[in-house]
Design a protein around this ligand. Sequence first.
Ligand SMILES: Cc1cc2nc3c(=O)[nH]c(=O)nc-3n(C[C@H](O)[C@H](O)[C@H](O)COP(=O)(O)OP(=O)(O)OC[C@H]3O[C@@H](n4cnc5c(N)ncnc54)[C@H](O)[C@@H]3O)c2cc1C
Length: 322
Amino acid sequence: MGNVLAFSEFSGANLKSSALSNIAFAREAAKAHGGEVIALLVGAGAQAASAHAAKFAPKVVVVEDGKLDHYLAETYAPIVARLAKEQGATVVSATATSVGKDLMPRVASLLDAGMASDIAKVEGKNQFRRPILAGNAYSNVEIATPIIIVTPRQSEFEAAAELPSAGTVTTAAAGDVNALGAKFEKLDAQKSDRPDLGDAKVVVSGGRGMKTGENFKVLEQLADLLGAAMGASRAATDAGMVPADWQVGQTGKIVAPNLYFAVAISGAIQHLAGMKGSKTIVAINKNKDEPIFQVADYGIVADWEKAVPELIAEIKKLKASR
Ligand SMILES: Cc1cc2nc3c(=O)[nH]c(=O)nc-3n(C[C@H](O)[C@H](O)[C@H](O)COP(=O)(O)OP(=O)(O)OC[C@H]3O[C@@H](n4cnc5c(N)ncnc54)[C@H](O)[C@@H]3O)c2cc1C
């Protein structure tokens, strides 16, 4: 019997929706391990987000300390590892976001624990299904260590629903915080009113065929009309057309929105690995033979220069008539 310690990312007073997917995973794992879900919130503002976390987890542990104001894997990992032991956890999980992917291997190392990353499904107590070969195949892995570390994919676990009654919130000390020489310098974040790429219900992505960063403005117009997040292929981000954190794919973000637009993107397997779980895919490409059309629900064979402004005009008309 063991608990599941779910490292939960938050923003302001709320858990991020990626954290709610982790809690959904944690509930399944807790059932298999015969324990309970414990949400762990670490860092500046953790206390403020704890009431929201308690709507989803029967127990919430908060660690807030001036020395943890800026996330560093070096300072967070020992805290997560220590609390895993103190809280009787046999599973420690975090969503496979950039923080989760950065943090959890260190936690695994500190606990001498086996790790299953990017998992898509719980197959058994310590058995998980995870994609391999850029999402073209699945493997089932089994972890044999007493404590196991798991990073579930947000796109594979529906956000957890609220509990009938709120859980309890306790605080824990940070203890000795040793950054091992690592130092927070600055955060270069893109400020945007658009939804987070990982959380968005609609995503508009552009590829190399957009040709310049300036040309992405027309996609941004489409995104703003639909309340969408912006995404891109790696060819577009590598060429510096758009910010690197817009990259969708195997080595970028994994998204599964209700609606995904792939504009001037060929559909290389590494891109598909990041978006083929989307509920509806619309592809706009001038070449009808591109692989993107094999996964698209709706395909428009056309130059984006013509198709996207027409789409924008039609959406505006529709909105005006309502
Ligand atoms: C290890 C590894 C990891 C990778 N990870 C990722 C990843 O995470 N994400 C990712 O995206 N890629 C990734 N890649 C790169 C991937 O293999 C492709 O090179 C990349 O996805 C291609 O991007 P693209 O579709 O924008 O460009 P291209 O393949 O060059 O396609 C451009 C498309 O634009 C179309 N087009 C051109 N002009 C127009 C027009 N006027 N109107 C309409 N259509 C037009 C063309 O027909 C073409 O289909 C990775 C590669 C490797 C090796």
